[in-house]
Design a protein around this ligand. Structure first.
Ligand SMILES: Cc1cc2nc3c(=O)[nH]c(=O)nc-3n(C[C@H](O)[C@H](O)[C@H](O)COP(=O)(O)OP(=O)(O)OC[C@H]3O[C@@H](n4cnc5c(N)ncnc54)[C@H](O)[C@@H]3O)c2cc1C
Length: 393
């Protein structure tokens, strides 16, 4: 296979999908064990860019940064089963999650809707870690009802001028680029007047204000746009077609945030804690652990179904909400069991640098927002009720 020029200096890929699952698992395990840099493992919170950058660079150098992108575009081209194995092996090792909004969300969207020039420019920059992306969708009055957004973009000659505010933007302070939904026509139905824009975070008029989460980490931020000018070509798709892209991207996002990695990680902590506390052989605990482990096995299967749809280009379907609900509620149930096992230490947040496998309080807090971000459980249940079960409004 001819390698595209931007990864010409990387070692050539084998055809991962031609390997047996056992061979690929051994390769993934060896990869993470021999390439993981000297940065925290089993980190409970998202590491900031300066901390996680060496791991991103190691993955990028080897061509392993974009598991599901086609190999022709610099990805690994993994099928669903292999992707799951990769997640499992990285989780087992406790590898940190890299800044992946570019690889998981924007990249696939540009492949579908971007111009050739946008693909040629942005995809390699994502692969090399030169552009770190933030997702600028939510606003103070537009979360579940995203189409109510009020940020505007007005055309002025060869530029768009953006004014407004975004909130809850994950790792926005680490990003040098944001994709932003903005209203470009106020006279039409609210979904019909939205466009999808690519905004450099260092453009004059962009202000970022960090927000601390319950764990005390500045995980997300608010972004203010005050007369921000971007080139007219920084629009993806047609003017006023942003809603179509927003929905396509949310489909990818829901598959990704339904990935079993968080639950798998938490179940590993539960096992470690139970062994350390002498509960591992307790029949009542074993019963509860077995239920959680079996639910995780079901989640793996469900995830594989949706990754397979992504790989084959089949529609993801409104039913993808079930994956996100299942993953986030399972993660919360495991975190609650972890609190039981931690006993009198349940409420104690471990100091930085402590053995995070036993950080019950941190896991519990980290699990709370998963039923909110990427679409709240309540709203997803509404969607499932209408779109999949045909229940009346
Ligand atoms: C950790 C985290 C990271 C995030 N990262 C990003 C990011 O990177 N980029 C980004 O753009 N956004 C991000 N978000 C925002 C996220 O997408 C929104 O929080 C989410 O869409 C919910 O919107 P909201 O917070 O405005 O809540 P609201 O929409 O105000 O909802 C409040 C409550 O009302 C319920 N509710 C609302 N409407 C209905 C209804 N019709 N029927 C029943 N119940 C309803 C909701 O379920 C919820 O319980 C993040 C959020 C979190 C918590």
């Amino acid at each position: 296979m001819t390698q595209p020029p931007f990864i010409a200096d990387h070692a050539p890929h084998p055809d991962f999908n031609a390997l047996s699952d056992a061979e690929f698992r051994a390769l993934a395990r060896d990869f993470v064990e021999s390439n993981y840099p000297d940065i925290p493992r089993f980190a409970q919170h998202r590491l900031r860019w300066p901390e996680v950058r060496p791991w991103y660079a190691a993955l990028a150098r080897a061509g392993w940064i974009a598991p599901t992108w086609p190999q022709t575009l610099g990805g690994m081209g993994l099928g669903a089963g292999k992707h799951l194995i990769l997640i499992e092996e990285f989780e087992r090792y406790g590898a940190a999650r890299v800044h992946d909004i570019g690889t998981v969300m924007l990249g696939p969207l540009l492949m579908q809707y971007g111009t050739q020039a946008q693909q040629d420019y942005y995809l390699p920059r994502i692969l090399r870690g030169e552009d770190i992306w933030a997702q600028g969708y939510s606003e103070p009055g537009a979360g579940s009802d995203l189409a109510a957004l009020r940020t505007t973009a007005v055309r002025d000659g060869d530029e768009w001028v953006i004014d407004g505010q975004k909130t809850w933007i994950t790792l926005g302070a680490d990003a040098n680029m944001a994709f932003v939904l903005a209203r470009t026509d106020k006279t039409v139905k609210k979904q019909a007047g939205i466009s999808f824009l690519l905004v450099p975070m260092d453009a004059p008029g962009v202000t970022v204000r960090p927000i601390e989460n319950l764990e005390g980490h500045a995980e997300f931020c608010e972004i203010f746009f005050d007369g921000v000018r971007i080139p007219a070509g920084n629009i993806v798709g047609e003017v006023n077609q942003g809603w179509t892209m927003a929905k396509a991207l949310l489909g990818h996002e829901r598959v990704f945030i339904g990935a079993p990695r968080l639950s798998a990680n938490a179940l590993g902590r539960l096992e470690a804690s139970a062994r350390a506390n002498g509960l591992w052989d307790d029949p009542a605990f074993q019963d509860r652990f077995a239920r959680l482990a079996m639910d995780l096995a079901d989640l793996n299967d469900l995830f594989e179904t949706y990754v397979q749809r992504l790989r084959t280009g089949a529609p993801i379907g409104a039913d993808v909400g079930v994956l996100k609900i299942f993953q986030s509620e399972l993660y919360q149930r495991i975190s609650e069991e972890l609190m039981q096992v931690a006993g009198s230490l349940a409420g104690v947040k471990l100091a930085e640098g402590g053995d995070s496998r036993f950080d019950a309080a941190g896991t519990y807090l980290a699990a709370r927002p998963t039923t909110i971000f990427g679409g709240s459980t309540e709203v997803m249940r509404n969607v499932l009720a209408r779109a999949s079960l045909n229940l009346p409004k």
